[in-house]
Design a protein around this ligand. Structure first.
Ligand code: COA
Length: 176
């Protein structure tokens, strides 16, 4: 069993691959971060939006960011379609949280569901992770559906949390 964070995962499925993001992906990552539709239901403090320069963000993904979060690109036929993230690591209870966000033109093709399935498979079969959690804004039905399709249970409904906005964000908590 590997320790999570002992490597930058390379996770290959039948159709998609989750792997490290490189400078070749800068234009697509910039397009993602600039999309209002994508970030409507997300916290304000995600690492890919931390710096103005997307090239600098990519430079720091596997050092500064990697101390607390694993951000991988989701690739379909070598084309960048979005991000899969593992964050909120709690080594003492073998717990991690997961997230995902895709360029709008890739929505509705089951890509997020497959990316999540690949993360779950990697975490439970290759690492010592025993608890996977996720959080969604209560309005985000598509993300809730992605979690339900992957066997997550809704454990707490409508909790106020600080997602970086002026008002607390009402979120659902999921566990698998
Ligand atoms: C949420 C997101 C990742 C889903 O990606 P996706 O690849 O389109 O998801 P999938 O195709 O795997 O599955 C989406 C499911 O939600 C359903 N769905 C989509 N929009 C919906 C809506 N408005 N209401 C209810 N269900 C919806 C789809 O029908 C599908 O379910 P089905 O397979 O039972 O038909 C994508 O929309 C996205 O990147 N959104 C912006 C970022 C974001 O919100 N990330 C999650 C934060 S918690």
């Amino acid at each position: 069993m590997k320790k999570l964070f002992s490597e930058i995962p390379y996770i290959k499925g039948d159709r998609i691959v989750l792997r490290r993001i490189t400078q070749d992906d800068a234009a697509s990552l910039r397009e993602l971060t600039e999309s209002e539709a994508v970030y409507r239901y997300l916290p304000t403090f995600l690492f890919e939006k931390k710096y103005d320069s997307i090239e600098y963000v990519i430079d720091r993904l596997y050092d500064e960011c990697f101390s607390e979060s694993i951000i991988l690109g989701v690739f379909l036929d070598e084309e960048f379609c979005g991000i899969a993230e593992m964050y909120g690591f709690r080594d003492e209870i073998h717990k991690i949280s997961v997230g995902y966000r895709l360029l709008e033109r890739f929505w509705g093709q089951c890509i997020a569901s497959e990316a999540l399935a690949l993360m779950i498979d990697y975490l439970y079969n290759e690492t010592d992770i025993e608890i996977i959690t996720a959080s969604t804004m209560i309005e985000n039905r598509a993300s809730a559906r992605v979690l339900e399709k992957n066997g997550f249970d809704l454990v707490v409904h409508a909790v106020p949390e600080n997602w970086g906005y002026d008002e607390p964000t009402t979120t659902d908590k999921w566990i698998r």
